[in-house]
Every structure is written in C-alpha cells, then in structure tokens.
Design a protein around this ligand. Sequence first.
Ligand code: IMP
Length: 422
Amino acid sequence: MANTILVGAQWGDEGKGKIIDVLTERADIVVRYAGGNNAGHTVWVGKQKYVLHLIPSGILRKSKLCVIGNGVVVDPVGLVSEINGLLKIGVKIGKNLVVSETAHVVLPYHRELDAQREVLKGKNKIGTTKRGIGPAYGDKAARVGLRMGDLVDAARFEEKLSRRIKENNEVLQALGAKPLSFKKVLAEYRAAGDFLKPFVANTVVLLHNAMRRGEDILFEGAQGTFLDIDHGTYPYVTSSNTTAGGACTGSGVPPHRMDRVVGVMKAYTTRVGEGPLPTENAEISDLLHGMGREFGATTGRARRCGWFDSVATRHATMVNGIDDLAVTNLDGLDTVETIKVCIAYRHGKKRYDFVPNDAEVLAECQPVYAEFEGWLTPTDKARRWKQLPPKARTYLKAIAELTGAKLAIASVGPGRDQTIFV
Ligand code: IMP
C-alpha cells in the first residue's frame, strides 16, 4: 500500500473511521497524528459498534501496530478508560499500541479553560467539544505544556504539575471558576501515568525502523480540512493541523516518504459546532436527522447538514494534495428527488471558486448550485460499481470531477462490506 495519509476533505465526521478500518487491512502500522479525544471515529464490525476517540481504528484488526503520534494531545485518563472499554469487549491491547513520549498531555485545567472561554465568547463561541484541546495546544505553543514523557516520570510530573496548576488556578479564579485540587489531579494523573507507562516510547525512531524494514504506514487524520488551525474557517476551527502536512509534523515521518493522500468526504456536507457552512439546508438536515443519521459520536450533538460543496472539496484537494477520493454516506441521498451540488459561491458581485479565508465573508456567501436527478433506489446492498443505480454513478463521477481527484471508494453503509472499490 505504501505510506498513505488519510484526511477529511470537509468539516470532520466524513466517515474516516470506516475507511481507515478498510484501508488498514493493507497497512502494517496506523498512526494518529493530530487532535485529541475531541475526535470520535465510529466503526462497525458485524453487529458490534466501536467508537474510538484517541486510539487508531487499526486496533480492531489483529497484528496491526497502532501509534499515537507526537502531534496528538492525549488526555491520559480518557485514554485509560478507552483502553479499558475496548479490553472489556474483547479487543486485544498490549504491544500493539504505542504512545509518543513527546505527545502533549491534556490536563483538567485545559478542559476548564476551554469551557470558560466558550462562556466568555458568548454568541461568538466556537462550539468546541470541551475536551480542552485548544488550551492544551496553546500550552504546547507557549512551551509550558507537559508531555507523556513527563507524565510517566513520577517526580518530574509532580514538580511540573505543581507549578502549572498554580498559575492555571489563578486564571480560573479570575474567570470566576473554582480552583483545581493539586492533590486530586496528581493522584488521578499518576494512576493514569503508571497504567500508560508500558505504552510510551520514542515513536519517531520506531516508525523509521519500521520503514527501514519496508513496512507500510497509514496516517489517520482526525477532524477535517476546514477545521485545520491554518487552513480552516478560523476561528471556527480546532487547534491542530488536520491537513496532510500535519501527518509529517505529527509523526516525524518526512514529506518525501509519503506516497499517497486519500481524501474522505460525504456525498453531502455536515458540520458540528459554530462557523460558516455555505450549503447548510433545512430540508436535507431534517431528512438525515429523521433517518436517525448525523448525530456526533463524541458529544451526541445533531450535526448541521447541507448539500455537497465542491468549492470546499476542491480547495481540500489543493491543500492536502488528495490523489484518491473515498465518498461515504451515498445511501443518505437515496430518497432525494433532486440533489444539489454547490459549484461556486457568490458574495455580492464577486464569484468565488475557492474558499475565501475570511470566515465572515464565507458566512455571507451564497452557493451557486448545479442539480442532479436522484436515483430514488436503495444503494445499501450494492457491493460493486455496476450494482449502483446509473444516476448514483453519474452523481459520484460528477462530484469527484468537480473535486479534482480520482474516485477510489464509494461507501453505502457503515459495514465493512458496504464498500465499493471503484
Ligand atoms: P475542539 O476541537 O473541541 O476545540 O472544537 C473546535 C471545533 O472543531 C468545534 O466546532 C468542534 O465541533 C469541531 N470538532 C472537533 N472535533 C471534531 C470531530 O471529530 N468532528 C467534527 N467536528 C469536530
């Protein structure tokens, strides 16, 4: 398979978990390179549903090594509970999971600050997952973060935590929040540190040794292109580089060792949280929610839904260098008579065929639509390209062409077998 980066080409929740799970079959190692437990990857294996937040979905396949890279921010208590949850349902976790010693740690004051800042922002809030992601990356950039290597060293962790908690408690109190108990946080995090110690290692050296042996790596993106801190709809973004470049910085594998970028996108568009979504549409939102679809895996929030936005996915192809496309949730459109696809934006007299950087301008953009006839036939039983209704094939080919990358996979349901290789 060679080294493959998998990214979300929209606003997250593109169905990456399932595609990663399918592609993992051909990889030796799966690396998560950005984000934290704000992500929620849902994977169905038979009748068993798994929701993964920090652990790469590769964990569900035997003999695959899963790496949480240096670009990730790790909530250790959350990670322990995720590991225990998986162990309880029979997933084997041991030497097949490695966590980077330089990944930064999410602490309770990060979560508290995340919540407080959202309150302060009032109607301009971002709609974060309140997992402390922004403040944790903030500390990393300010060079005051604690890393996994610190967490597993008892004396060092205690000393660093005591200093950091003091400063953060002052900030929390100034914001009107309760200070945190150093003793309580220390006890909880030390327990998590002891549990996680056997998993923590130098993942950069590990990955380079694996590449020397000729092993193939799949880089698992979290969130999506338009939630990227640099390339997304700032400030309505997450705090990491979710795009393909993040796979290099977030793992220590250099750009020239990357062979292919797969972009995952839904056959329509969704977004959770605040911020512009040009093709947002009540009709398609009601339809998908009515089908019980499009509720967040991490927070349970109803996702905002809209028509497919090819201006956005074309932009994503450019920023990530997407070679191959995986289109998911095609079956979500099975009952739609006329399907709209956004081909440009209008802002006053100006026409955009790329995504403007100013979120306020983007929020005012009006989509220009092309229309496609719906296929009005269930697609969830299709297993081969030829088994898809002709109008569905026309639609898929059109959105891939507008996006500017090769259609490689169409997904018609959550099951592993509901995957059509084109
Ligand atoms: P944060 O990452 O919790 O700081 O949230 C920032 C923004 O990213 C919010 O709009 C969240 O809803 C969104 N977000 C974070 N993680 C995900 C995800 O896994 N899927 C979709 N949206 C996400």
